[in-house]
Design a protein around this ligand. Structure first.
Ligand code: HEM
Length: 332
């Protein structure tokens, strides 16, 4: 199996999330060069401050995939499915996703600006979020976020695509949504009411027992199982974001071996399980974006297949980057 991008890491204090769309008249060869040079760009920025542990992940949306690469495509890659019920989860444009995380915001900035400058007029950033660590891994609603993420082999299993074309094995599906919180409304609740909405205690972050946990709590609706009763997991890497004079919320990002797992959770939250029994958290937070990607294995990205419609079957020229990277491999 090809080597995955570095998705499973410890929690970094900073993350930049960039959603980009490709111009209708984008120069596809130039875009492919930036994509193929992405890991080299991250490596060369990282090498200037290795202690800051910069990590970069690139995801490719369904429409962009067909414009960039010929040959096999990820079997389950499709645009984010909009949900319109008691709550709305919009599907918004996104051809490329860049997820940068580091101990230093400066490194995220440096890598983000390099990549965006390299894309030039070929791509437009339609959403850019700078996430930060808020106290002890709490989101802006005050609860610790990420506790029940799978770890070790369970995390690898939860995010790694195995039943696809060999060149795509080791990739992951990625869903992102930007949420805006109504913090005045949320903070007007008592702590007990907030805990009932989440299904965990706030201060010490303990899961409520099944008798106490309301069926419309965030946890109750997001613990799902397959036909054999085994729990289905995703790997979340959410970050708080916000402006003192503007929107404040959570950038939700989930990696998974199948988009269906995340889609079932979203349906439970927005449409309800049973229908109408929607996530209490959504009374206080609104999804304003939603898009979906495939993060291919690192080997695929570094040496992608030819673009559709190009002549010949030879491997493309080795990618050239503007960073002067020698592509001698990661030191991680
Ligand atoms: C758990 C917050 C959106 C899936 C949690 C927890 C918090 C939280 C505080 C409990 C601690 C933990 O295990 O991480 C939020 C916030 C969101 C959000 C603030 C957006 C505003 C979502 C979405 C999904 C999701 C959109 C799925 C599509 C999960 C799952 C768990 C979880 C699977 C763990 C359940 C368990 O095994 O106990 N979330 N979440 N969350 N959330 Fe979210």
């Amino acid at each position: 199996m090809a080597s995955s991008q570095l998705i499973i890491t410890r929690k970094h204090p900073h993350a930049f999330f960039l959603v980009l769309t490709l111009a209708d008249d984008a120069d596809i060869e130039q875009v492919r060069e930036v994509v193929a040079g992405f890991s080299g760009t991250v490596r060369s920025v990282s090498s200037r401050a290795p202690e800051a542990n910069l990590v970069g992940i690139l995801g490719i949306g369904s429409g962009a995939w067909d414009r960039l690469f010929r040959g096999p495509r990820p079997a389950l890659l499709h645009p984010f499915i909009e949900l319109d019920g008691p709550h709305t989860a919009p599907s918004t444009p996104g051809d490329l996703l860049i997820h940068l995380k580091s101990d230093s915001a400066g490194l995220c900035y440096e890598a983000a600006t390099k990549v965006v400058d390299d894309f030039g007029a070929n791509a437009t950033v339609v959403d850019e979020v700078h996430g930060f660590r808020y106290f002890d891994l709490r989101d802006l609603i005050g609860f610790v976020d990420g506790t029940e993420n799978p770890v070790g082999q369970a995390a690898i299993d939860a995010i790694t695509v195995a039943d696809d074309d060999p060149s795509l094995q080791g990739g992951s599906y990625v869903a992102v949504q930007r949420y805006v919180h109504d913090l005045p409304e949320w903070t007007s609740l008592t702590t007990e009411e907030q805990e009932a909405a989440i299904g965990r205690t706030k201060a010490d972050n303990i899961e409520m027992d099944d008798e106490t946990k309301p069926s419309n709590s965030h946890i109750a609706l997001n613990v799902i199982t397959d036909d054999d009763g085994d729990e289905l997991s995703i790997l979340r890497d959410n970050m708080p974001y916000g402006r003192a004079d503007g929107e404040r919320g959570t950038f939700f990002i989930a990696y998974s071996a199948s988009p269906r797992t995340t889609e079932r959770m979203l349906a439970n939250m927005f449409l309800g399980d049973p229908p109408g029994n929607t996530d209490r958290l959504l009374d206080f937070t609104t999804a304003v974006t939603g898009s979906q990607y495939f993060a291919p294995p690192g080997d695929f990205l570094d040496d992608p297949p030819l673009a559709p419609g190009t002549a010949g079957a030879a491997a493309p020229e080795p990618p050239t980057t503007t960073d002067g990277s020698l592509h001698i491999g990661s030191l991680r």
